[in-house]
Design a protein. Structure first.
Length: 189
């Protein structure tokens, strides 16, 4: 994978991509050509063919790496949510930030890709904050992603400690919030 193709299929996968998945990714790649103003590039994305057949696609948001958008297409259903690259598709529930579920067994893959592209555009236009709280007793850090438009909160991955908090970060007993992603220039916020 060289990072020049949007949602390039991971060659390490065990399953072949079916025709429906190929057509979905082809249309999604066409839509992705317009995402430059939203601050993402092809290198930030990848896809994997799964059993079923289905497709898992991930788009990492550069300012928030490894946090980003996870999408899955399976059996005439498209779903997506915000999650981190440390675990895939484990937190997909209606309470997940940005949750979407589009069940339509009659939809062409190109229609599903357009739904996915519209959802991605809306999600990338959301302002994203990183809150870091440091305990006063042990000095342990707890990090939370906060969507400034809705107040939705999602704990950061506890194992990777990425991205680095801007500046010095909080002192013991202090909580700081940093703007990680501002509203995208092309959005209507």
């Amino acid at each position: 994978m060289d990072g020049r193709i949007w949602f390039e299929i991971d060659p390490g996968g065990r399953f072949a991509l079916d025709d429906y998945g190929c057509r979905f990714l082809a249309e999604l790649r066409r839509a992705a050509l317009g995402w430059g103003p939203l601050g993402v590039i092809a290198f930030d994305s990848w896809a994997l063919a799964l059993a079923g057949p289905s497709v898992l696609a991930v788009l990492t948001v550069p300012e928030a790496d490894p946090f980003g958008l996870q999408m899955r297409l399976a059996g005439g259903e498209f779903g997506g949510y915000w999650g981190d690259d440390c675990s895939f598709w484990e937190d997909y529930t209606p309470s997940a930030p940005g949750y979407i579920n589009v069940p339509d067994r009659q939809a062409a893959p190109e229609e599903m890709a357009q739904s996915a592209a519209d959802w991605i555009t809306a999600q990338l236009s959301r302002p994203l904050l990183l809150e870091e709280q440091r305990s006063s007793a042990l000095g342990l850090r707890r990090r939370t992603w906060v969507f400034a438009d809705t107040g939705e909160r999602l704990p950061c991955c506890r194992s990777c400690h990425k991205p680095r908090f801007p500046g010095d970060g909080p002192r013991r007993g202090q909580t700081l919030v940093a703007q990680m992603r501002d509203v995208a220039p092309s959005s209507a916020w």
